[in-house]
Design a protein around this ligand. Structure first.
Ligand SMILES: [Zn+2]
Length: 362
């Protein structure tokens, strides 16, 4: 893994925002982790997923349109489990009880992917070294997608704006069947070594993949026949892949976000305090849209999430006000898009720009 450091001067914003958020929880006698509303939401989302599975696999409605509607909901709610339950839990933000976090962290294994790998990929690499080429695996999708101006250019990228949604759509299948196995056999996430494997981590990986094949593939084939199964399976995975990828990418691969490159030299000294660097790589979107906030598990408050990843997303709307106040005081820009459409548009524009020329800068 490249050696990366952040500047330690100019920490006033970092220190004050931390103090103010700590004080907010103290004043309100609240835990920084999830609350009963989050437990209810988790229960509701799992209930919807199991009800949809039961209806599709056991009831088998005869209407084709209804089947596709239910499949679209199934894919969307699986993504919602990822945003709301898995993401908070893997950050240790779902509950004050670490065992509860560990348990709900297996929500990612329920979706078919290994949470043990994801914790390193996301909590350590993506959160610490956001948009740093050579470390942040979230922006490393060669050769088809160029997600940063530092990455090598090829002629395909000119069209990436047109085909990126298709790749997003197949990303969950790619993850479950290819990327996880690559990590398992190389014991690496991108350029970073994973901790030494234990019996437990081998066991959960194999159990996760066996569960996935049984629950999502073998049993539905047995109940529905292969033809019906494969159409439904590809369709809901496509929806799930698009929902997951688009929401995660809106925070960092948009016009105005900055990038850094540790790939070329293997050593990088970032000339910013870590918190200020986070403010420059990360965007919020539609902070006043209550439904989006509920559905995407606060991932529309990515600035607050990146500054306070161990705080549950249920607190982000309140924390955003504090972050904006402190940022304004220190002359730091708090990036955000007012609407979901504006953020999606900016992501598409950014991918278009990155695909047009090897020389383009963010
Ligand atoms: Zn996160």
């Amino acid at each position: 893994m490249p050696q990366i450091s952040f500047a330690t001067n100019n920490r006033q914003f970092h220190v004050e925002v931390n103090d103010r958020v700590k004080q907010y929880f103290k004043d309100n006698h609240m835990s920084q982790r999830g609350n009963s509303k989050l437990f209810f939401k988790a229960f509701f989302m799992y209930a919807v997923v199991f009800s949809l599975y039961y209806t599709l696999v056991f009831v088998q409605p005869s209407s084709i349109a209804l089947n596709f509607l239910l499949l679209a909901m199934f894919g969307t709610f699986l993504a919602f489990i990822g945003f709301n339950i898995m993401h908070d839990s893997c950050h240790g933000a779902f509950s004050d009880n670490s065992k509860v976090n560990d348990f709900f962290g297996y929500s990612l294994n329920f979706l078919g992917a290994e949470s043990y790998f994801w914790r390193t990929k996301h909590n350590v690499l993506h959160h610490t070294y956001t948009n740093v080429d050579g470390v942040d695996d979230d922006i490393f999708k060669p050769p088809f997608l160029r997600m940063s101006p530092n990455q090598p250019y090829n002629k395909l990228h000119k069209y990436q704006r047109n085909y990126m949604l298709f790749l997003y759509g197949v990303s969950t299948l790619f993850w479950v069947f290819f990327m996880d196995f690559t990590k398992y056999f190389t014991n690496k996430v991108y350029t970073t070594d994973l901790p030494k494997r234990t019996f437990k981590t081998h066991f959960t990986f194999i159990a996760t993949k066996l569960f996935y094949v049984g629950f999502y593939i073998a049993f539905p084939i047995y109940m529905l026949g292969f033809g019906k199964f494969i159409v439904g399976y590809l369709f809901y995975n496509f929806i799930m892949g698009i929902v997951l990828s688009v929401v995660f990418q809106l925070a960092h691969v948009v016009e105005g976000a900055i990038y850094a490159d540790a790939q070329a030299t293997g050593v990088l000294a970032i000339d910013e305090d870590w918190a200020i660097y986070q403010m420059k790589t990360t965007f919020d979107f539609c902070p006043n849209n209550k439904f989006i906030t509920w559905a995407v598990g606060g991932l529309n408050f990515q600035v607050e999430h990146h500054l306070f990843p161990k705080v549950s997303h249920v607190h982000y709307p309140a924390i955003r006000k504090i972050v904006r106040e402190v940022a304004a005081k220190h002359g730091v820009v708090h990036n955000e898009f007012n609407s979901f459409a504006e953020a999606v548009n900016s992501h598409f524009n950014m991918m278009h720009k990155l695909g047009q020329s090897p020389l383009v800068a963010a």
